[in-house]
Design a protein around this ligand. Sequence first.
Ligand SMILES: NC(=O)C1=CN([C@@H]2O[C@H](COP(=O)(O)OP(=O)(O)OC[C@H]3O[C@@H](n4cnc5c(N)ncnc54)[C@H](O)[C@@H]3O)[C@@H](O)[C@H]2O)C=CC1
Ligand SMILES: O=C(O)C(=O)[C@H](O)COP(=O)(O)O
Length: 343
Amino acid sequence: MKIVIDNAIPYIRGAAELLGECVYLSGSEISASDVKDADALIIRTRTHCDKALLEGSSVKFIATATIGYDHLDTAYLDEVGIGWTNCPGCNAASVAQYVESAMLQLSTEGVISLADCTVGVVGVGHVGSLVAARLSALGCSVLKNDPPRQEREGGYFVSLADIQQAADIITFHTPLTTTGPHPTHHLASNAFMRGLKKRPLIINTSRGEVVDTTALKTAISEGLIRQAVIDTWENEPHIDRELLAKVCIGTPHIAGYSADGKANGTRMALQAVAKFFGIEKEFDIQPPELPEGTITASDPVERKLQFYNPLRDSEALKKNPTLFEQLRSNYPLRREYIPMINQ
Ligand SMILES: NC(=O)C1=CN([C@@H]2O[C@H](COP(=O)(O)OP(=O)(O)OC[C@H]3O[C@@H](n4cnc5c(N)ncnc54)[C@H](O)[C@@H]3O)[C@@H](O)[C@H]2O)C=CC1
Ligand SMILES: O=C(O)C(=O)[C@H](O)COP(=O)(O)O
């Protein structure tokens, strides 16, 4: 079996070879000729899997070691019978860490107050549910909006209009969709911004296209919103520099980049390929430990910010916006929060 693998997927070398012959290539450069005689692809968000890439190839299965899969043309894959999977929830805790740390940092700066704070969570799946639980634990009131889940399950969901009315902070955790009953492309539109009542902080860690860039820039300039925290951008890696200059935290699509989340994605992708081809193998992929002495704080807030503070990533991107993709490729080791024993 031949597997073409994105060469920026961590912890995969040595393990993937248990499945067959592996060819490692830059994700954004994987071409039709590279995949022509491949049986499987293990990719990230940087490889668009569509007819142009796959027609006439021998690819039978694609695993993306990510949660989002808007880079897969799933209609085409289903039509031609190429199996595929994403890795649901693999880095959800990492994104939740990003959102919580951004809020803790901004509350220490006085940009937001966590006391009497109402947060609107838009999209309450793997990521949104964790975010909601963490923000509730910080003492925030949480409003949840998820029309697809509301239709399936009923329950305590509110409308987007309720969130526009009541939220001090609005955080987006939907997939990017352009079709279906609840498309999310430009969900945060100009009309959405104009309907906001409490000058909220807007956080987008979903996909750039969920928020209309022009509308967001205007909303910041006109004071319709307090500020914005943006991890995902329209047209990555060629992001809007004007927006980057305006936002209080702007990071290069790394909310999900904890080593824990990456290890989960790699393990799940390998296991999915093995299962699809009926190969009985287990993959014990674990993230590396932080060097001793990295985490010294005992105060829970300080400790959380020592584990991860998105300001570091924001400063690096603001200093060098053209390095968007390099900052992602050379991302430093980041681990998810481990509380002190007895806390
Ligand atoms: N910035 C980053 O590094 C990362 C970004 N992501 C993004 O976050 C997204 C969400 O991830 P998960 O929570 O794991 O996905 P999920 O599929 O578990 O949950 C998404 C939720 O959004 C809901 N939804 C769909 N359309 C909606 C709409 N119009 N309005 C409100 N809710 C809607 C769905 O019903 C579902 O409950 C991913 O699709 C991906 O695009 C995921 C991981 C890392
Ligand atoms: O999992 C997702 O969805 C994401 O957005 C990832 O964190 C992006 O990961 P890469 O494609 O950059 O590995």
